[in-house]
Ligand binder design. Structure first.
Ligand SMILES: Nc1ncnc2c1ncn2[C@@H]1O[C@H](COP(=O)(O)OP(=O)(O)OP(=O)(O)O)[C@@H](O)[C@H]1O
Length: 334
């Protein structure tokens, strides 16, 4: 087995690198042959993963937080959404908020994650593809994405994309505050600050081919996983093999009901759709260009601008998962 480790020494505010020697020692002791690359930027994680896939490594191990894992995942795909190799993905979470691992019951403890690598069992995890712009273009206000645009970007995500308040909240949470007051409190403070200063906007969307205007939107979540950020959860009915995405639309919030909405998101309980909070399931969602609140965040980082199109990747990823984790999933939604 040929393994490539992609390690982000900056994850968890720089604490991640203290764990690398233990990972190397474990692999040496178990006679696993590996190469490794240390990232200098998150873009490196994508570049190294793309190279690793092209070179045909059997296994690519992402070592870092959800931001690192996200970039490594994108390196497995071409622009159409197909896998470019037979490489498998393994994840050793050394970041701050392990939303990807928690959502799929992947081990958080380093030795358990490494033992799963030795065991070699995998699950197929469906990913989402997102196409968007790297720069805001006002000529596309109110318009869908032009697939021939010069600034077009294609990426993939495992957990959730956010349009509305999401980018500002992520930027606040990633500012270093979580290193001081903890992941949960840091994100909550950033969320409350975001809510206080946010001005809701109307977004034109196209959901499975049907166009509509969503009024006074605070956030549109388009995702795959239950865990989306530092304790925030979207209870959903997607089974592991379901190619669809959920869409959660939060709109028309008054001061009275945003506390209730936050309670629902932190509890992760089911809720009935109402005028402020509605959950739906989609094959694809397009969100048109907007002059305000037009940033897109996914898997925890602000990444670009509307308009965007979000749809399932054509191929699922084969991800290392311990044997006992395999039995914990709903496979058929029953
Ligand atoms: N050498 C580096 N390579 C890549 N990213 C780095 C590096 N040094 C610092 N960083 C920063 O690390 C952060 C990304 O880390 P990552 O998302 O992997 O972990 P995290 O934010 O601690 O955890 P999580 O995303 O799971 O909450 C980014 O803010 C990035 O700017």
């Amino acid at each position: 087995m040929r393994c490539l480790l992609i390690l982000n020494p900056g994850s968890q505010g720089g604490k991640s690198k203290a764990k690398f020697e233990r990972i190397f020692a474990f692999l040496h002791n178990n006679k696993v042959k590996f190469d490794y690359k240390l990232t200098k930027t998150l873009d490196d994680a994508y570049t190294f993963s793309l190279e690793g896939n092209k070179k045909g490594y059997d296994l690519i191990l992402a070592v870092g937080g959800d931001g690192t894992i996200n970039r490594v995942i994108s390196g497995f795909y071409d622009l159409q959404g197909k896998r470019i190799s037979n490489s498998k993905l393994a994840v050793i979470h050394t970041g701050t908020s392990p939303d990807f691992c928690k959502s799929y019951n992947l081990p958080l403890e380093i030795d358990q994650a490494l033992n799963a690598v030795l065991e070699g069992k995998t699950i197929q995890i469906p990913m989402a593809k997102i196409t968007y712009l790297s720069e805001y273009d006002q000529t596309l206000d109110g318009q869908p994405l032009s697939l021939s645009h010069k600034k077009l970007q294609t990426s993939y995500f495992a957990c959730c994309a956010n349009i509305g308040i999401g980018a500002a909240v992520a930027r606040g949470a990633n500012s270093g505050i979580r290193d001081y007051i903890g992941d949960f409190a840091g994100t909550l403070v950033s969320l409350i600050k975001g809510l206080v200063s946010y001005h809701p906007v109307n977004f034109s969307v196209c959901i499975d081919g049907k166009q509509e205007v969503l009024e006074k939107v605070y956030n549109i979540f388009v995702g795959k996983t239950t865990y989306i950020a530092s304790g925030l959860k979207v209870k959903n009915e997607l089974a592991l093999n379901d190619p669809r995405l959920y869409g959660l639309i939060i709109k028309k919030l008054g001061l009275v009901n945003w506390v209730k909405v936050l309670q629902k998101l932190y509890s992760g309980n089911e809720f009935a759709n109402n005028s402020t909070m509605s959950l739906l399931y989609v094959q694809q969602m397009e969100i048109f260009g907007s002059s305000t609140n037009n940033e897109i965040e996914f898997d925890g980082d602000p990444r670009g601008f509307l308009p965007c199109k979000i749809e399932p990747a054509l191929d699922a990823l084969e991800v290392i998962c311990p044997q006992k984790g395999l039995h914990r999933f709903k496979i058929d939604g029953k």
